[in-house]
Design a protein around this ligand. Structure first.
Ligand SMILES: [Fe+2]
Ligand SMILES: [Fe+2]
Length: 200
């Protein structure tokens, strides 16, 4: 699967996991809005549009990269066993770095922010969704493994971990190319996040 992602240049862009036609993009937008609209419209997520990440990137942009990649990995993995809960993956991806907003003043040091933000992300996520499932909170806590936190022990946790690592590479690649990744999906979700509540 990783080879298919790595080899999906322009010639392979419409194949497999990177299938990127309008229909595939619309399905991803619908799924993220269905499970994650409360997170997208939260103050914590809106603050992420003003936070830099990975040198000159934007934190909210990185979070959406992770979430889009998480959806794509779910769809690929669910062709086989075990089944991965896509809704839980979307929630964990949308929340995984909420603890990074305000990092310069919130944590004692940059090292502390790397180590402690998964736990803080869980705390901030529970402020938005108090009944967040244990599978989701565990996936958030393990997304920095092996740098910080426990290793993931569920399929959902492993997908979030993988999506974060791949999306971090996409962040740097997008920055070097000066082109956003998946702009259509992100423009739609940014619009919901900053201007409208779902269904209004
Ligand atoms: Fe993180
Ligand atoms: Fe991340």
């Amino acid at each position: 699967m990783i080879e298919r992602i790595a080899s999906s240049g322009k010639s392979g862009y419409n194949k497999g996991i990177m299938k990127n036609n309008n229909e595939a993009q619309s399905v991803i937008i619908d799924q993220i809005l269905k499970y994650g609209w409360q997170i997208l419209c939260s103050e914590a997520f809106r603050a992420a549009w003003s936070e830099t990440h990975h040198l000159k990137g934007i934190l909210a942009d990185h979070i959406l990269n992770v979430t889009i990649m998480g959806c794509r990995l779910c769809r690929e993995m669910n062709k086989h066993k075990p089944k991965v809960n896509e809704g839980e993956v979307i929630l964990a991806c949308l929340c995984h770095d909420l603890g990074m907003t305000g990092r310069e003043t919130f944590y004692k040091s940059r090292l502390a922010s790397w180590r402690e933000h998964p736990q803080e992300s869980v705390r901030r996520a529970k402020e938005i969704l108090p009944d967040l499932d244990d599978t989701v909170t565990a996936a958030i806590e393990s997304h920095m493994w092996p740098i910080a936190g426990p290793a993931p022990h569920t399929p959902e946790g492993r997908v979030v971990l993988m999506a974060d690592k791949i999306a971090s590479g996409i962040d740097w690649f997008s920055f070097m190319k000066r082109e956003p990744w998946e702009p259509r999906i992100k423009e739609r979700l940014k619009d919901v996040s900053l201007r409208r509540a779902h269904g209004q």
